[in-house]
Write a protein of this length. Sequence first.
Length: 364
Amino acid sequence: MSNDVTDSVLLASTLPTASGQSLGILTLNRPKALNSLNLELITALRSQLLAWQQDANIVAIWLQGSDKALCAGGDIRELQQRNASAATPNAALQQASDFFSAEYGLYAYMARYSKPIITWCGGIVMGGGLGLAAASSVRIVTETTLMAMPEISIGLFPDAGADWFLQRFPFQSGVFLGLTGSRFNGSDAMLGNLAEYALPAESREATLAALCLASWQGAPHEVIAETLLSLTPQALPASQILAHQAEISQVVTQASFQEALQQVALLAQRSPWLQAAADYVAQGCASSAGLHWLLMRRCRRLSLDAVLNLELTVASHCVTRADFAEGVRALLIDKDKQPKWQKSTAEVDDAWLQSFLQPLSLRS
């Protein structure tokens, strides 16, 4: 393996293939932060992808995380620190918009990338990590895959394109996953069109070796499919979504998010998974749940680009309001896990939710 670029947050290298071309290997390298996305990492990823798109010798990209995670999401601690240091509310809003423009711009760029991006989704894949997976063209899960969109715990909302990719889960189960922050596994990811292949966690290096031994004279996607299908697949844990289809349907068919959250509480005792969902909802931010409910309905027929543009507005408003700072404090700073949210579930009305959708007024 040749090291082309070594960066503190991103490792970029190449592996030669049997046909004389190369695979570009990208490793997110912030293990202490579970490879969470900060502005430096986002910028480095975009820059390296651009360089390899223009390199005819690179036939495909392999994206992975260091240690036990692909990516646990955006670096919310750093984002809150940037907000707190802003001189004015408008400056904080601008900083938030700049961050999310870069993050969401990366997903949009990956989604239209001209070469295959193969993402190894072993271990923790949450928040922005799911954004990376959703924007990739080939996704591999393992028996260790642990996924979630847990943003309701920090006063944010399921973003990173979630209002696009969660729509692809069957029987509106994506609404449930975002509303409750529920964890799901590789089987669920395949069910929800977030993965195509299941391989053993210990086979990552062997999978790369097989791709390098392949002849890349044909269409790259066909080469990848033929190679990955030739490997021994991994049996995955049973799908939590399929096991709880009836209960999920009872939640997502309610008339309002308030009634949906009440239904989650009523169903809690039916299984440990539903109990965990109810516990998460009880601690979560009502405004976040309301935004998720609203956006999943508004975005049903929107393209990824249109969804990301809408999420940019909502996310920028979210992180400059008191709930986000309180969520970060309770979860990451004081770690008391006792957030005091601005509004109760009953107090979150349509006018409040619509305020998050107002166009940004920046650099006035």
